[in-house]
Ligand binder design. Structure first.
Ligand code: ZN
Length: 234
């Protein structure tokens, strides 16, 4: 293989590494945003669990209060019963006492149910809180890894670019500008192999016999007639 092609292939190998390192670098802020979003969701779940717990607790308090009010009413009704001399009023008050008594029974049943709900909401709140703690720890570790990855990628790019400068200095201007022109359009793979059956590996087109012959003879840089990539034979 001629020297220019060899140099271009080495250059291309470095450029490909630079390309992938830059690609990795671009992914880092997106990954950091995902971590933040996941933690945000866990915190939202916890806030909801706290609110659910508080509302369950206040429902119990409300029922308890309702029960107390009825108890006090019964006490007052019984006092009036003790004071009245009229049988009709006594019976009416007795009827009320029984009615409030039934309501108290119902409220007690309801309070027990609500207290079970409080226990359930408490468990959910504890679990949501633990999930936030776990996610925070996970996010901290992942963030550290991302910082490290960013640093490494930047270092790698700097090193590769230095190597690139050295390589480029050895390649003549014409070959280099051709290579860079193709690379600017294709991002990667400006120099490609031909297949044993005479196709360009960049665009898969079958090469005309004259082009194929020039590639095999390896005397100068030959471009694919279809995609303009520089061709070489293994
Ligand atoms: Zn091609």
């Amino acid at each position: 293989m001629n020297q220019v092609l060899q140099d271009l292939l080495i250059l291309q190998e470095r450029d490909s590494k630079i390309f992938h390192a830059k690609e990795d670098l671009e992914k880092i802020p997106l990954e950091a945003a995902k971590i933040k979003e996941a933690l945000g969701n866990k915190i939202k779940t916890l806030e909801q669990a706290k609110a659910n717990y508080m509302s369950a607790e206040s429902a119990v308090k409300q029922v308890d209060l309702d029960r107390q009010v009825r108890k006090e009413t019964i006490t007052k009704l019984k006092m009036r019963q003790g004071e009245t001399k009229r049988n009709e009023e006594y019976q009416m008050l007795e009827h009320e006492v029984i009615r409030y008594g039934k309501e108290i029974d119902e409220l007690e049943t309801k309070e027990l149910e609500l207290m079970e709900q409080v226990d359930q909401r408490k468990l959910e709140r504890v679990a949501a809180n633990q999930a936030v703690l776990d996610e925070k720890e996970f996010a901290t570790q992942l963030s550290k890894q991302l910082v490290e990855r960013k640093k490494n990628a930047e270092l790698k790019i700097t090193e590769l670019q230095k190597e690139r400068e050295t390589l480029i200095a050895k390649i003549d201007d014409e070959a280099r500008s051709l290579y860079e022109r193709i690379l600017s359009r294709r991002e990667v793979d400006a120099v490609v192999l031909i297949t044993p059956s005479g196709q360009c590996k960049g665009c898969n087109m079958k090469l005309p016999p004259a082009t194929l012959h020039r590639v095999i003879s390896d005397s100068a840089l030959v471009q694919c007639t279809e995609c303009s990539r520089i061709l070489y034979n293994a």
